[in-house]
Write a new protein. Structure first.
Length: 284
């Protein structure tokens, strides 16, 4: 999850590094994100002798649909607002995992986890600074990306018994490529060399991050590994300062602290629960 957070934090950096005057539409960035991953993963699957046949095509289709909407809204949010704010708001997704896992998968939601969720949403409210700045379309898109990301991650928990991480990421990437191929054909722009490198970097870093993240959610409960995903908040703030010479507003730091605190509380609640279970087993 730590490696996933690092590589996924690089994706919006390359999205923002492509200047608006280049004329590259968001759909072309998404197509490259999917196409590069599809080719790389197809080679890996063939080399490992893994069948391309999905174990649960319906659930895999739902995961792909949620992921496509999440990625589209996320890219649009990144293009329209500061990097650190977009990434931090997107970090609500693990809390949506908690809520959706409780609602759809029957996983228990403890009181301390409810406190963590409240802290996280309070942090996002602080970042949005209601009354100081208007609620903008990019902000709404960032929230939507968190919701649909949480929905996609929840399906990963259900897919862990039927499909391998490589296969899940391959079919998701193939779906992204297929969905945005018509737009690429009719509205794509021939990029210069520098922009082409950035487009490929979107695909490479996104593929690596997605694969590490999918593997993490496959081998541990969502709430347990999610805390390491919050490192992308720290990474994104660093990228904003180092690459874009922009220091995030104090409210962003405060809001991020609340979200990180919520993530830590959730992690600790899982850890305490696991220790209690081990003690009970020892007493049997």
């Amino acid at each position: 999850m730590t490696l996933g957070a690092f590589f996924l934090s690089i994706v919006p950096v390359f999205v923002k590094l492509i200047p608006p005057e280049s004329g590259i539409p968001t759909t072309q960035k998404l197509f490259m994100r999917g196409a590069v991953a599809t080719v790389v993963l197809a080679i890996v699957l063939l080399a490992k002798g893994i069948s391309f046949k999905p174990g649960n095509p319906v659930l895999l289709g739902a995961r792909s649909l949620f992921g496509i909407v999440a990625m589209l809204t996320y890219f649009l949010a990144v293009e329209g607002m500061p990097l650190a704010e977009a990434v931090t708001i997107n970090k609500l997704s693990p809390f949506f995992v908690l809520i959706l896992s409780w609602f759809f998968l029957g996983e228990k939601l403890r009181k301390i986890q409810i406190l963590a969720i409240i802290l996280a949403f309070a942090g996002v409210t602080m970042i949005m600074r209601p009354g100081s700045i208007p609620f903008t379309l990019p902000t709404g898109l960032a929230l939507l990306s968190a919701l649909f990301s949480g929905s996609a991650y929840t399906t990963l928990r259900a897919l862990r018994k039927t499909d391998r991480p490589l296969l899940i990421v391959f079919w998701f990437s193939a779906a992204v490529t297929f969905i945005f191929l018509p737009s690429m054909i009719h509205g794509g722009i021939m990029p210069d060399f520098r922009t082409l490198v950035f487009l490929f970097c979107i695909g490479i870093s996104g593929t690596a991050g997605q694969l590490f993240m999918t593997t993490a959610y496959r081998h541990a409960p969502g709430g347990e590994v999610a805390i390491y995903g919050y490192l992308s908040v720290i990474f994104s703030m660093s990228w904003q300062v180092l690459l874009f010479n922009s220091i995030p507003h104090a409210a962003v730091f405060a809001g991020a602290a609340l979200i990180l605190a919520g993530g830590w509380i959730n992690y600790r609640s899982r850890e305490i629960k696991s220790n209690e279970l081990r003690r009970e087993l020892c007493n049997i």
